[in-house]
Design a protein around this ligand. Sequence first.
Ligand code: ADP
Ligand code: TRP
Length: 331
Amino acid sequence: MALVVSGIRPTGNLHLGNYFGAIRNFVKMQEENNCFFFIADYHSLTTHPTPADLHGNVKTVLVEFLACGLNPEKATLYIQSDLPETAELYLLLNMNAYIGELERCTSFKEKIRNQPQNVNVGLLTYPTLMAADIIIHKAQQVPVGKDQEQHLEMARTFANRFNRLYKVNFFPEPVAYNFGEELIKIPGLDGSPKMSKSDNGSSAIFLADSPEMIRKKVMRAVTDSGPVDPDQPRSQGVENLFTLLAYFSGNEALEHFESLYRSGSIRYGDLKKQLAEDIIRFTSPFREKMAALDSDHEYLKKVTNLGAEKARESAGKTIREIRDIIGFKPF
Ligand code: ADP
Ligand code: TRP
């Protein structure tokens, strides 16, 4: 039974990649660990400092988390900004975080390239806030994708540095959660190897997409002009469709279209029609649950209050101890 923490930024709807790469694993993990899952609304301000509807964005992710099967009774499900203890620990960690090491962070360099008009301090200190999220609960394990490994490494650095500087053995070293099996990566409909929301949704299918929208997106997915030599590697777009077919349509359909491909008589339109219907079938239970949760204000309030209460109990204890270690003491 490990203490696990993970967060997700509320910057849009969840897509199939987020579900298979993250949320589905959270749902499994909550059964056998003490899990804290939160919506990283503070973090979202580093890239979207004046969101048109922050509350709406948080609600969207909350509803989708719950529809995917995160259980507020089993895991602690909370909103980052409901836990001011995180902000206090972030302030304290920043005193021992060095500008040089933050500037060297790959995600910082990437973001200043993407938003040169807004190189804010929040962006620079993104890793200290993320470290605070993790060690505020003294987490041992963090389920994150490859792109977050450097951030997790920095969380270890800050935790170890705290222990060393204040001569305590207080924070455990948070490590990546080991999923055992290969992490599933869902490819994009635009021919990119990873489904992502960042390209205006052309590559992604969202859990909230209507059946008509799913059909439209799948039918528009990138392919090529047809198999030339079945022994040559397939184009990335077509390869992606086969990968998606394997996940959503199963072996029989996969073999059917594989053999049509090998014989050179495949019609991509037929493959897409089948794939679209299977994705619709897969996603409809999520859409139904999301619609019910969306209007259940009382339940959402109950869930977030319970989450905040449980998270503050854990974080409050850590902050009291840290204050004592550093030397903030009452008269
Ligand atoms: P995006 O910006 O595309 O929505 P994020 O980078 O915010 O995705 O990722 C949120 C979580 O979802 C992370 O844990 C990430 O590893 C996972 N994830 C995102 N896209 C995919 C994908 N195509 N396949 C598997 N996991 C993914
Ligand atoms: N940086 C993570 C992402 O973009 C989100 C995040 C914030 C997080 N705080 C965290 C993930 C703490 C794990 C643990 O995906």
